[in-house]
Design a protein around this ligand. Structure first.
Ligand code: SF4
Length: 319
């Protein structure tokens, strides 16, 4: 697809993941979180020990989960929780989200994935990981699984700027993300890239350049998260010592940035998320008046007020 002369995305004005999923699968596909007990090479010493300075896995791990439970029981607990809240779900996929879920002995990875896939209500897997934890053996295996299952590979890119990645102790560079995305896509895997907007050291211009760089890569979808400071993280402690060293996006600043970013992003890339919400008990800052559910409509309204849409200013779609 090339940028169209008129908005091709309807009222949303961007290429929304949920619409794509409904069309492709005939209804909602809901992720059921599971914890497999993996760790992360940026915590266990292989790459680093402190972890990424923004990371506290508790902020995105459902409170009803326990890593001591077998995966099948975790899925049962998740399904019970989700089925009380959501209707219209067509399929469920197991979501390996916390830590780096391709980091471990291959046989252990395979056993965890296959335990989840053996559950009668599970149609596939979403697997979150770092780009430096994706050896060819794992990608080949996931590509084979993808012939019969929904497989979403979520790669934490976080920033396209090497100085920013170093500043937050990420332990890999952007070239590592490019390499992992290209090797996964070459095997036919659908890659979702995960990006954090507003990391310290990032500028408005550098983040828009990130939209340009990501548009040149074979990614299927993108999850955008705004930086929130989570209790217990190195970045939160740094902000408490010196708030000027960790500037945070304002509500309107974030909406303006997201609109600018989306205008420069390839229209082929599906937007799976445009923001996130850390549980209030874990969040230190920023606090906005805007709820997460209001963010997407505000972005659409901003794009509408500009008469623009996703990809209008994208010049680098190479796929
Ligand atoms: S964000 Fe991911 S890679 Fe970074 S410390 Fe947390 S689990 Fe590890």
């Amino acid at each position: 697809m090339t940028p169209a002369a008129a908005n091709p995305f309807g009222e949303r004005r961007y290429n929304a993941w949920n619409e794509h999923v409904k069309t492709r699968y005939g209804g909602r596909v809901q992720k059921v979180s599971v914890i497999a007990g993996f760790t992360c090479p940026n915590r266990d010493g292989l790459v680093g020990t402190g972890g990424c300075s923004f990371c506290n896995n508790a902020s995105f791990t459902p409170s009803y989960l326990s890593r001591r439970q077998p995966i099948a029981e975790q899925i049962d607990a998740g399904l019970e929780f989700l089925q009380r809240r959501y209707t219209g779900t067509q399929r469920y996929i197991a979501y390996f989200q916390s830590y780096s879920n391709t980091y471990g002995e291959f046989e252990r990875l395979r056993s965890c994935y296959e335990e989840a896939l053996a559950h009668h209500q599970i149609s596939g897997l979403a697997i979150g990981t770092r780009p430096d934890c994706l050896p060819d053996e794992v990608l080949d295996y996931l590509a084979a699984l993808a012939r019969d299952h929904i497989i979403e590979l979520e790669i934490g890119v976080e920033s396209c700027n090497d100085a920013v990645l170093a500043r937050v102790n990420r332990g890999h560079d952007f070239a590592s993300s490019v390499d992992a995305i290209q090797r996964a896509a070459a095997r036919g895997l659908e890659v979702t890239a995960h990006l954090l907007l507003g990391l310290p050291g990032e500028s408005h211009a550098s983040m828009l350049d990130g939209a340009r760089q990501l548009s040149t890569l074979p990614i299927r979808a993108l999850k955008l998260h705004q930086l929130q400071l989570v209790r217990g993280t190195a970045l939160a402690r740094e902000w408490q010592r010196n708030a000027d060293a960790v500037p945070l996006l304002s509500e309107q600043g974030c909406i303006d940035l997201l609109a600018d970013f989306i205008e420069r992003l390839s229209p082929d890339i599906l937007l799976q998320r445009v923001g996130s919400e850390v549980p209030p008990s874990l969040k230190l800052a920023p606090f906005w008046n805007l709820r997460l559910s209001e963010l997407a409509p505000r972005i659409s309204a901003e794009l509408a007020s500009r008469g623009s849409w996703q990809g209008l200013h994208c010049r680098d779609t190479l796929r």
